[in-house]
Ligand binder design. Structure first.
Ligand SMILES: [Zn+2]
Ligand SMILES: [Zn+2]
Length: 366
């Protein structure tokens, strides 16, 4: 009896199936920390509203004021938490990809030095000032793009993320340019939520502990609520303090561990523009938006003002647009501009071959 072998496509499908299933399982498992946080918050809501406010607090005025304060902080906390989870990480624009001709050349080329020459040629038209530790243009082979400054590839999200800070399992998302403000607010409101719980529960915690109140089912919930809120507060506070420090210094977690390398060399404070401006980079210029998880960060995440090189964002955009249309040879190399900076103490205007003016500012001090 003749046995016919299945078509190649079916075999391929069978081989692919286990890895696809594994990836789906991995994706589902990634939601476990988020589920855990939501269960804890859900239980804390029940314990506070039902066990404390409904069953334990005898005074109506006290109950209502506690409920109002609790719900305000819970809303802000949940709002910023879900904004952090749901914001898609920002990716680089098409301008950072290699044009077709250069891409083919790059892929055909086996020598690393020649590949670098191709990347350098393309990077001339991009507002890219950071390099690898070895001084090479930062290129992602996976996404096939020249990495914008402060952009890093996330292996979990499988993409290059603009101004990547870190991949956070507690929000199952990358924290970066698109959601860093929401993440800091989430930490701030989470710690305030814990403070509100601890401050209002402590009176009843002491009463249950010293047996001034009878042993009811509320006792377990209220004792446990205080301990859990205090524990979360201590752990979140340390993370919040660290991120507030990073905001003040205009550094990402990645940059705090490994200082960015500029054309002139490594500079851990390369993106720092002074405390006030650093805070505005994340929270925006208008104070009315600071406390709300709505997007108000400055810039586009693709190009950054550095304390050595100042590029007008609009001019950077026009460079990007120009590059998206037709990159040509012989443009001023940002490397050249960068190298000039050390010898340009006064504000000066440099004109590149594309006719765009890039202002170069020298700032002193960290
Ligand atoms: Zn990538
Ligand atoms: Zn990620």
């Amino acid at each position: 009896m003749a046995v016919t072998s299945p078509p190649a496509g079916v075999l391929h499908g069978l081989k692919m199936a286990p890895s696809h299933v594994l990836r789906c399982c991995q994706r589902a498992l990634n939601w476990i920390p988020v589920l855990f946080i939501n269960l804890v918050v859900g239980w804390s809501y029940y314990a506070y509203v039902v066990e404390l406010c409904v069953y334990t607090i005898p005074n109506n005025a006290e109950r209502i004021s506690y409920l109002v304060i609790f719900h305000i902080f819970l809303t802000m906390f949940v709002w910023s938490y879900w904004k952090t989870i749901c914001s898609r990480p920002a990716a680089a624009s098409k301008a950072f990809g290699l044009p077709r001709a250069e891409k083919e050349l790059y892929e055909r080329e086996e020598r690393a030095e020649t590949q670098q020459e191709i990347l350098k040629k393309v990077a001339r038209d991009l507002p890219v000032f950071t390099r690898t530790a070895g001084g090479a243009i930062r290129y992602c082979d996976h996404c096939q793009i020249i990495k914008p400054d402060r952009c890093h590839h996330c292996s979990t999200c499988e993409m290059c993320v603009l101004k990547m800070d870190h991949h956070c399992p507690w929000v199952n998302n990358c924290v970066g340019f698109s959601n860093y403000k929401y993440f800091v607010l989430f930490l701030a409101y989470a710690s305030l939520y814990c403070v509100v719980i601890c401050a209002t529960v402590i009176k009843y915690f002491i009463k249950f502990w010293t047996k001034q109140l009878p042993d009811t089912h509320a006792k377990f919930h209220i004792l446990f609520l205080f301990f859990v809120a205090a524990l979360f507060f201590v752990s979140i506070l340390s993370l919040l303090s660290y991120h507030l420090w990073l905001v003040g210094k205009n550094r990402t977690t990645i940059e705090a561990f490994r200082a960015p390398v500029f054309i002139n060399g490594q500079d851990k404070s390369g993106f720092s523009l002074g405390f006030k401006r650093n805070v505005a980079e994340v929270f925006g210029d208008e104070a009315k938006y600071w406390i709300f998880p709505v997007f108000s960060s400055l810039g586009d995440g693709l190009s950054f003002v550095t304390r050595l090189v100042h590029i007008d964002p609009e001019q950077a955009n026009s460079v990007l647009q120009h590059n998206g249309k037709s990159p040509a040879d012989g443009k001023a190399d940002p490397c050249v501009l960068g190298n000039n900076i050390q010898h340009t103490p006064d504000d000066s205007k440099e004109k590149n071959d594309a006719g765009q003016t890039v202002s170069v500012t020298m700032e002193s001090g960290p």
